[in-house]
Write a protein that binds this ligand. Sequence first.
Ligand code: M1P
Length: 238
Amino acid sequence: MDGTLTPSRREMTPGFEEFFSQWIKENTFFLVSGSDLEKIKEQVPQYILDFSEGVFTCGGNQLWLNSKLSYNHEFKPSEDLISFLKEKMKNSKYPLRAGNHIEDRGSMLNFSIIGRDCSLHERLDYFEYDVKAQERASIANEIIAKWDNLDAVIGGQISIDITPKGMNKSQVLSEVKKFYSDEEYIFIGDRTMEGGNDYPLAKIMHETPHCSVYQAGEPSAEDGYKDTQKILEKLSDQ
Ligand code: M1P
């Protein structure tokens, strides 16, 4: 947790943790997330992170090996991008502003209208609103149209990830191949479809031999882990 009494994001469920804590002992894996390490730690127990070969954060722009930063692709957002986002915050019809709206992660800018300091309940309310209003998709499209050197994607429930163009999860495959050059590679994500933040990696894997991609549930679904478990169980049976 980040020091608050109300967690703003869900932790791994005990049932999935029980399954996954066994799976990690028999398989080689990396974790890939749009989030930074601090947020991943709120959701994934440290011993699971320690079991992984490495943790790619900020959409593949950072790699953590044994809890040490191995690389960081720096991104310095421009003043006009920040002004644009502030303007969006001012004009959004969504009524709540919880605080921490523009988060500079060094290699990615994360933007949220409701703000990262919202409670879990407020987060789910905004997610429900956004599914209907498509507010984040519209802001992301505006950013891509306005800046041809930037990418903007939806990774989770309340925010948008902004990076330099092409600096997305597709970087992960070549990085993993530096450690394991001749293997079968499997990727499971919840946004592998076009427009999703997993799509760049899914696409490059679809085009590469010995790679498979699996979509786990609906994007950011609360029970997406159940699909992940089913996929991993099926793969173990093969
Ligand atoms: O890992 C997926 C996403 O998780 C968070 O998204 P949200 O807070 O919107 O649910 C963010 O850390 C985001 O950067 C990340 O892509």
